[in-house]
Design a protein around this ligand. Structure first.
Ligand SMILES: Cc1cc2nc3c(=O)[nH]c(=O)nc-3n(C[C@H](O)[C@H](O)[C@H](O)COP(=O)(O)O)c2cc1C
Length: 269
């Protein structure tokens, strides 16, 4: 029998192919095995962001002030699918797997926006979105809505929370954006985010009026109740955030739904 030449080209090639095969099997198995953990982590992160926007989870903490976990806190929320055109709930949608952002890129599940409608630079808006509701015996205590809008470098994705009166902002937070750290990236600054709490959303005509301003109006004026500090050196991000909040709470976004809740007497206060 011919002796195997370990240093031959064929042998080197065979060993290289064998090693590649072993490595690809190991990497693929790891990817498959870790997928459920990645999915769980993504879901946990989403819950964390919703709770933070609602002011129920302190920044950089994974438990509430009274020691409750993310899962425990999130269990207080009901998730519903909402038809943004009619403001009615949509049954028959699996809210755990439904992705409004993905729906927005599907022409059969979204609408194209005209330039005058598209103040948040979305191009398309999904027909159905999700809402996260925390309710009590007397009505809604908190409502959290997914929002997005273009800043300077890309789309900012986040959650906007309202108090039970459906007219006061409880919080705003972003989980993804491309703005510059120190400039537009200050949207993540907890001090700036705290400035959203208690801001009034709608005027007496039911139109969203939030303004991000460099100079505040007199504190006694009505205008001051709609104002949040602009981000310094980040005019584009600032305008993007202002447009985003007004878009998603207006008729193009959750406006019809919020009006329906109010007319059904579900708003508190
Ligand atoms: C490297 C670089 C990054 C910037 N990043 C942002 C940003 O994230 N958001 C923003 O609105 N402006 C950003 N700007 C600034 C804008 O180009 C523009 O100058 C600014 O929005 C003007 O804001 P001001 O009127 O408050 O000074 C950046 C500028 C540079 C040079």
């Amino acid at each position: 029998m011919a002796k195997l030449d370990k240093d031959s080209l064929a042998n080197t090639f065979l060993i290289a192919v064998f090693l590649c095969l072993v490595c690809s099997v190991v990497v693929s198995s790891m990817a498959v095995a870790l997928k459920p953990i990645q999915k769980l982590n993504k879901e946990l992160d989403q819950k964390k962001n919703i709770l933070r926007a609602a002011g129920m989870l302190p920044a950089d903490q994974n438990v509430s002030a009274d020691g409750r976990s993310i899962e425990e806190l999130f269990a207080e929320f009901t998730v519903r699918a909402v038809d943004l055109q009619t403001g009615e709930y949509v049954d028959g949608i699996d809210v755990a797997s439904y992705d409004p952002i993905r729906a927005a890129s599907d022409a059969s599940k979204s609408v194209a926006l005209t330039p005058s409608e598209d103040i948040a630079t979305l191009r398309r808006r999904e027909n159905v979105s999700l809402v996260y509701l925390k309710t009590t015996a007397t009505g809604i205590e908190k409502i959290v809505m997914p929002v997005r809008g273009y800043g300077l470098w890309g789309t900012l994705y986040g959650y906007l929370a309202l108090d039970g009166d459906l007219n006061t902002i409880a919080g705003l937070g972003f989980y993804q954006h491309k703005e510059t750290p120190g400039l537009g990236g200050e949207v993540d600054n907890s001090k700036w985010k705290a400035g959203w709490q208690g801001v009034r959303l709608f005027n007496d005509m039911g139109q969203p009026q939030v303004r991000l301003v460099k100079q505040r109006s007199a504190s006694t004026s009505e205008a001051a109740s709609y104002e949040v500090d602009a981000l310094s050196g980040a005019t584009f991000t600032t305008k993007g955030v202002e447009n985003m909040v007004n878009y998603w709470t207006g008729d193009g976004g959750f406006g019809a739904y919020l009006k329906r809740l109010k007319s059904n007497g579900l708003a508190q206060g």
